[in-house]
Write a protein that binds this ligand. Structure first.
Ligand code: BEZ
Length: 213
């Protein structure tokens, strides 16, 4: 299959999970979605990733985002592993882990890279917006745990772009200045949209305070 690209419609699916059957689109509703895969249950890096994701689950909820993990083990295995995650990472995993033993979701989202492993999923992340469009894809190797604070940061950036017509500069952090998207050129529109003002460093580089702060 062709890999999913930014702007593509995220495929819908029905799959079993640690909390029962999930119909993906119904589960997401009007929320953003963060769908992320990992190689297998009872593996060390994944245990820390899933634990941390549970710890910051309130931060995803604040951004109207639902997280869903994927791995190719069955739901019974997931439920046993969740006990370990909760115990070792001092948290409570409440988001679903898809039980993708038949590789349905892994195939739809191209999460198995055969030259890395013929059976295990790689560490993929998809951010999906409320219109079900893919807005971010990342792929990490099995031995490198992802940075879930970065995923929260990208959600903030995407939501600022959608709501306020701004982009975020290198290493941007919440509260720092942002960049007015180049497509806005009309002076009246600029004044209306950016009442806090803006600095023209170059005609293509216009800086403004974060609008929702
Ligand atoms: C894992 O935890 O998934 C893992 C750790 C080391 C190498 C590969 C995978």
């Amino acid at each position: 299959m062709t890999a999913l690209r930014l702007g593509d419609t995220a495929p819908d699916f029905e799959q079993d999970s640690s909390i029962g059957k999930i119909k993906f689109y119904d589960y997401l509703g009007d929320s953003w979605g963060v769908l992320f895969s990992h190689p297998a249950d009872f593996t060390p890096v994944c245990t820390t990733e899933l634990g941390y994701t549970a710890i910051v689950s309130g931060d995803f909820a604040k951004r109207n985002a639902k997280v869903i993990a994927v791995s190719v083990d069955d739901a019974d295995s997931h439920r046993k592993w969740i006990e370990d995650i909760n115990d070792t990472q001092k948290t409570k995993v409440e988001y679903p882990i898809l039980a993708d033993a038949d590789h349905k979701v892994a195939k739809l989202y191209d999460m198995i890279h055969p030259n890395a492993s013929s059976t295990a999923t790689v560490r993929s992340v998809f951010i999906i917006d409320p219109n079900k469009k893919v807005r971010l894809t990342i792929t990490y190797p099995a031995s490198t745990g992802r940075n879930f604070d970065e995923i929260l940061r990208v959600l903030d950036s995407l939501q600022l772009t959608d709501n306020y017509s701004v982009a975020t500069p290198v290493n941007w952090k919440e509260g720092e200045d942002v960049i007015i998207v180049p497509s806005i050129k009309d002076e009246a529109e600029l004044k209306a949209k950016f009442p806090k003002g803006y600095t023209v460093v170059r005609p293509y580089l216009r800086i403004t305070p974060q609008p929702n702060k």
